[in-house]
Write a new protein. Structure first.
Length: 190
């Protein structure tokens, strides 16, 4: 006589097959990759925005500084095309040799302050600011300045050298424009 033992309530359920486990892992890997790509793009956009905000803020501070300090000092910024570097400059037309008319105000600054912002640079193609007498003097007196460097100057009467500075995030092929209005010295991003 055969006796049947009662079966355990879970004994007839099957587990996952190896193929099902691999499919689930593959789907998770695809989702994580897409999320990482989206997060990387988000950080690149944020780095471009913060670099543009920094440049606009620096230019507005120069504008305020030139209006609040004594005439005839002229304050400006030098941007190096194709580079994340820029510097603040002071032009004093009253300077007599051997004192230079143009001096760099502080250290060279850079938009490159982290792994995500490493590819922010001043555009080589769309940045356009006409040369001024101050820019010519600064090119002659400052070391390391090239013909491709772009100078923006603010004057005590409230005006500025008009033009556009474009910052680009090369990893995204995206950029932001900073427009300086000549007559009013207004600085805005577009």
């Amino acid at each position: 006589m055969t006796t049947f033992l009662p079966s355990h309530p879970h004994s007839d359920q099957r587990g996952y097959t190896l193929i099902e486990v691999f499919i689930a892992i593959g789907l998770m890997a695809v989702l994580v990759t897409l999320g990482a790509f989206g997060l990387r793009n988000y950080w690149y956009v944020q780095s471009l925005d913060s670099g543009t905000d920094e440049a606009v803020s620096q230019l507005r501070q120069l504008q305020e500084r030139v209006v609040s300090e004594s005439h005839p000092l002229v304050y400006g910024a030098r941007f190096r095309k194709g580079s994340p570097d820029y510097a603040l400059v002071v032009y004093d037309p009253r300077a007599v040799a051997p004192t230079p008319m143009c001096t760099q105000d502080g250290q060279i600054r850079s938009f490159d302050r982290g792994s995500m912002s490493a590819s922010i640079q001043v555009s080589t193609s769309t940045t356009a600011v006409p040369d001024s007498a101050e820019a010519t003097a600064c090119r002659a007196e400052l070391s390391g300045v090239t013909a491709a460097d772009v100078f923006v100057f603010f004057y005590a009467r409230g005006s500025a050298t008009a033009g556009t500075i474009r910052l680009e995030q090369t990893n995204l092929n995206r950029g932001e424009n900073i427009v300086i209005t000549g007559l009013t010295g207004r600085v805005e991003r577009t």
